[in-house]
Design a protein around this ligand. Structure first.
Ligand code: ACO
Length: 364
């Protein structure tokens, strides 16, 4: 009998990671990695983020599948948030050791879906409600009911913090949610499409996508970005701290990307969001200094590979600047990406084709 390959010997597999493999046609978003451009259904991200509200951007993305005028969509989202709040007792009863993210997944599993409203609306509206309720429960506070008259971003801040939100912060959160709405076939969107292709329901596809998003190589990075900024502490420490991390072969969170061979355009969209805030914090300046030091160190340490700033670096800085706890970074990413996942599942299901690739057997 032939020997099984030794552990680790498959890392040289040229198809590991599916890099460059095309697995779908999509009209939803185009990620141009060479030129650092992101287009959402015909519009560059710079025309949407900071200019459109989250609902306007979602309406734009969903246009081919869920056509509605903006007022109707706002009302449907508001009503769906109110309905989702009825599921919050399930979150309260969930085991206390669960993370905020896991509680959101529990809530989503338990969410009843009616046939009276498109499921993408019900699911996209429920996750912000579950996020805010889980956050408050984790802090020993009572969940706050949504206000269906508010926009998603304003209601989310109100449900989290309980007071009327600063317009500046609502605009920053809207900008963030629009920025991350959709991004080609990233790992979580691919997961959603694979699940959707089996004709599983949308809830299952979003739950699976949330699982894929949670890892540090995808949506789990911004919390560790802030940990890194805090650990460095002052600009003078940046070079040494980063040099030591790279010498230990660690990855710098918030840098590098599978597709972009230049700067992730979303990093600048979010950095512009910092400039739009009325007040700044010392951490913002520190982050900019750390970014400069990190880019110089990465250039030196990995001369053969372009490793530039990705979306997660300024996600951490912007969300922190508007007072969002780092435990909420990945949960918020899921809230912003959910309508994107839903759109991809609808697009995939339109093809009627099961995604089922092949593998090359190299075992004994
Ligand atoms: N810091 C240091 N080295 C890095 C980094 C980094 N951030 N990113 C990649 N590298 C190195 C790798 O160690 C590897 O070096 P080697 O060839 O000597 O082993 C080389 O660059 C290529 O890395 P891969 O993992 O093959 O590249 P891939 O395209 O798969 O990686 C990824 C993309 C996972 C995002 C990577 O850049 C990374 O781990 N970044 C840090 C985590 C992060 O910021 N995640 C958020 C990504 S954005 C998003 O998903 C929304």
């Amino acid at each position: 009998m032939t020997e099984a390959p030794k552990a680790g010997s498959l890392t040289a597999d040229p198809i590991a990671g599916l890099e460059g493999v095309v697995v779908a046609h999509t009209a939803l978003s185009d990620v141009d990695g060479q030129n650092g451009r992101l287009v959402l259904r015909g519009k560059p991200i710079e025309e949407l983020a900071g200019k459109a509200t989250f609902e306007e951007a979602v309406r734009h993305l969903w246009y081919s599948y869920i056509f509605s005028d903006l007022t109707t969509l706002l009302q449907a989202f508001g009503a769906a948030r109110a309905e989702a709040f009825a599921t919050v007792p399930v979150l309260e009863a969930a085991a206390s050791g669960l993370s905020i993210y896991e509680r959101m997944q529990v809530g989503l599993s338990a969410l009843p879906l009616s046939q009276d409203r498109p499921h993408p609306i019900s699911i996209s509206a429920a996750l912000p409600v579950f996020l805010a309720a889980s956050f408050r429960l984790a802090n020993g506070e009572m969940p706050i009911a949504p206000d269906p008259r508010l926009s998603m971003a304003e209601d989310l801040l109100t449900m989290m913090f309980g007071n009327t939100s600063d317009a500046d912060h609502v605009a920053a959160l809207d900008r963030y949610l629009v920025t991350i709405l959709d991004h080609g076939l990233n790992a979580s969107t691919f997961t959603a499409r694979v699940i959707g292709s089996t004709e599983a329901n949308l809830k299952q596809a979003v739950l699976g996508a949330m699982g894929a998003l949670s890892g540090p190589l995808h949506g789990g990075a911004p919390g560790p970005v802030l940990d890194m900024i805090d650990a460095i502490g002052t600009p003078g420490n940046a070079e040494a701290w980063i040099g030591e991390a790279l010498a230990r072969k660690e990855r710098l969170m918030g840098f590098g990307h599978r597709i972009y061979r230049t700067r992730d355009p979303r990093a600048d969209v979010l950095k512009d969001g910092l400039k739009a805030l009325a007040t700044t914090t010392p951490k913002v300046k520190l982050a900019e200094d750390i970014e400069t030091a990190a880019l110089a160190a990465l250039k030196k340490a990995r001369p053969g590979r372009v490793l530039d700033t990705n979306v997660e670096f300024y996600t951490a800085v912007l969300l922190d600047a508007i007072g969002i706890d780092r435990r909420l970074f990945t949960p918020l990413f899921a809230v912003g990406r959910t309508p994107g996942w839903c759109a991809h599942v609808m697009e995939q299901q339109e093809t009627g084709k099961l995604i089922r690739p092949a593998s090359v057997y190299v075992g004994p």
